[in-house]
Design a protein around this ligand. Sequence first.
Ligand code: IMP
Ligand code: MG
Length: 328
Amino acid sequence: METSIVDVVIGMQYGDEGKGKIANQMAASGEYDYVLRFNGGGNAGHTIYLNGEKIVTHLVPCGLLHGIPSVIGNGCVINTQKLFDELEYLRGFGFDTSLLKIAENAHIITQEHIDEDSKDTTIGTTRTGNGPCYKDKVARTGLRAKDIPELEPYLIDMHTLIHCQSKKFLAEGAQGYWLDVDFGDYPYVTSSNTGVGAVLNNGFNYKQVRNVVGVIKCYSTYVGAKGYQKYDERFEMLREIGQEYGATTGRPRQIDWLDLDEVNEACKMNGVDFLIVNKMDVLRQVNSAWNLYEDQMIVNCSDENTFMNRIANYLDPLIDIEFQGQLH
Ligand code: IMP
Ligand code: MG
């Protein structure tokens, strides 16, 4: 029997791995009928360079930039005003925003959620109301998309979308696996599941997942309240050359070397088939910075090739690895 399939793009670190760029490249292939966001909300920031223009989206899937119908799935949380602002911003570039669809059972971020999130001093949240909205979802006191009259033209039912037709979906993750509410460094996590399991919770069954594409940078970054960055003067250079500032909040990201154990575990937990290693050009500009962690020990690789081989040799040999290095 014909069935829908889904390819998934997930960050294997703490967000900001360049998933937006990869999802955008995949959407541009023309292979997909739908692009889907399956977790998070406006806390995410996807930066895409298209025809020389920088476009930053927070909630809308990148399919809209390619004329592909795009879905905000039920695993997401929506700030209605921000969504409408983002649609207007995208119309300004000439994109057809009528292609947007919203799961009727996605949850709605209210002003109270934002006010509550704005009081956060411990986690370093993006203050977008994300956590409090998921809290209400689980407490069964939340508002859903189908309760909001302005969203009516966009609403869809995920079962009908996925199972009453045979289509190809691209699922675009938000945040990264190590910000996952279950598997991340709790409480320094986001309030949703960020791995491949979250795709199933948007209505796909496990047989429909075709390829899982993991995305990392060749160094690590984290933004939030916990102390993450150790001292190395090269980290400041990496931040400037790599422009490591939050796309949503503008906060400087904390920097560290690539952690291969973290990446290895994330690849296993998500069944990664393909791994993209981003920003090789950034690391290349910082002299003798071919460092990475194995088993919490820094390994200094003598050159770029040694660094690449070290990564490939550490991970499951069945994972197809691609290094990318175009600056922005
Ligand atoms: P929240 O998702 O706004 O509740 O923030 C929780 C933690 O996740 C904070 O450390 C945020 O900086 C981090 N975070 C949330 N969204 C992103 C993202 O898209 N990229 C990187 N970090 C994020
Ligand atoms: Mg981001």
